[in-house]
Design a protein around this ligand. Structure first.
Ligand SMILES: *Cc1c(COP(=O)(O)O)cnc(C)c1O
Ligand SMILES: [Zn+2]
Length: 392
């Protein structure tokens, strides 16, 4: 384990350690890739199929059979695939990280878990902590959480704490709580153990189609793009693949500190105080994992771009209406970015690309219901005229 901020190195793996003991910064977990690891010999399903490369000891595993999500070939683009993370148990990729983080918390005998969330971490944390029998607290930006996600958090029975202000304020309060009281276990993505679960997205892609040229990921707190890169990078270092795909991050225009910094050639993001976009899962002005994300993009020759809310809505509808795939706005942002990069020729249609669709459309019904739709009130006796028109 090594700190990305000050370089502090722990010589042994310490599962109870989440942030740098020296400076409080971000820790990276480096695994020793098992020499006998063979993708063709793996058993089991989903995230825990890859347990030999997931760091840490787990005497209790809390699982809802997460992972093992469909890789759907695009109808429109011959070499493009959608990794549909909406098919996870609570409808987002967060479940991959949560099964590992909650299993870790339980194995280490924690009793209380806490997470700040724009919504999906909350739904996932609530579900997995219920299954584990742990007491959970969720910190949400009041009035800014998509309806489906809030409803899930209520259903799974977590304690909902609301703050006035953005997600970043909620996140700050959880980081401070963890700094001051190490008896609570934090479930946010600054917890590197969560990313150990999320990296399995890369392992699944390689099992399904080998190494793509591009992997396109929507970026909020910026943990997932790093986690997916980490998965590919481990397979590379283990000698199982011969290259890592370009990791391409997509942000929403009103919440794009990383994409705008890279565009200007800056080394560090200029944080956004009041992030604004309809894509609530990536409405984040101060991504805690920005350093990890930039590392992932730079070392894979990737980059980041941003898209407007209009582009996101158009992409969400195109995904649904041309591909039959329902993704929430933050996920559609990745597809919007893909379309934009095709038209600016930064990506070619002939390259093999995987677009990570991070969450299910049902998460955010308010957005879907505002879309233009054909709705016709009829007298049931005349339904044939409406449907068949001139043909009768
Ligand atoms: C959490 C989330 C993201 C952003 O992931 P980060 O790791 O925070 O960058 C994107 N889309 C959806 C649906 C999410 O739930
Ligand atoms: Zn440090």
């Amino acid at each position: 384990m090594k700190c990305l901020d000050c370089g502090y190195e722990l010589s042994e793996l310490r599962q109870d350690i989440i942030t740098c003991p020296s400076c409080g910064g971000l820790l990276e977990i480096k695994i020793e890739f098992p020499s006998e690891f063979d993708l063709r010999r793996l058993k089991g399903r989903g995230v825990w199929r890859y347990k030999d490369v997931i760091a840490g000891e787990y005497n209790k595993i809390v699982t809802l059979d997460e992972g093992n999500t469909p890789l759907i070939k695009s109808r429109k683009y011959d070499k493009t695939y959608f990794k549909f993370e909406g098919a996870n148990p609570t409808g987002s990729f967060k479940d991959r990280g949560m099964t590992v983080a909650i299993s870790s918390a339980l194995s280490l005998n924690y009793k209380i878990v806490v997470a700040a969330s724009t919504g999906n971490t909350a739904a996932s944390a609530a579900a997995y902590s219920s299954r584990a029998g742990l007491k959970s607290f969720i910190v949400l930006p009041k009035g800014k959480v998509a309806l489906g996600k809030l409803a899930q958090s209520i259903l799974y029975g977590t304690v909902i704490i609301e703050v006035d202000g953005s997600f970043d304020i909620a996140m700050n309060s959880v980081m401070k709580l963890y700094r001051d009281h190490k008896i609570v276990y934090p479930l946010n993505s600054f917890n590197p153990w969560r990313l150990e679960g999320q990296k399995t997205i890369a392992y699944e892609i390689v099992e399904d189609i080998g190494v793509p040229d591009n992997v396109i990921v929507p970026v909020g707190n910026a943990g997932n793009i790093y986690a997916i890169w980490k998965g590919f990078n481990e397979l590379l270092e283990g000698g199982l693949i011969d290259k890592v795909p370009r990791m391409i991050g997509i942000q929403a225009e009103g919440a794009a500190p990383i994409a705008k910094a890279l565009e200007k050639g800056l080394e560090q993001p200029e944080f956004v105080d009041s992030p604004d976009t309809i894509a609530s899962a990536i409405r984040i002005g101060k991504p805690v994992n920005w350093k990890k994300a930039i590392k992932a993009m730079k070392s894979s020759k990737g980059f980041a771009v941003y898209v407007s809310d209009n582009e996101i809505i158009t992409a969400q509808q195109e995904l649904a209406r041309r591909e039959g795939v329902g993704a929430e706005p933050a996920s559609a942002a990745a597809y919007a970015g893909y379309l934009k990069l095709l038209s600016s020729k930064k990506i070619e249609e002939s390259e093999k690309s995987v677009v990570i669709l991070t969450g299910h459309a049902l998460k955010d019904p308010d957005i879907m219901i505002k879309a233009e739709a054909k709705r016709i009130l009829v007298n049931p006796e005349h339904i044939d005229q409406v449907i068949l028109g001139d043909q009768i």
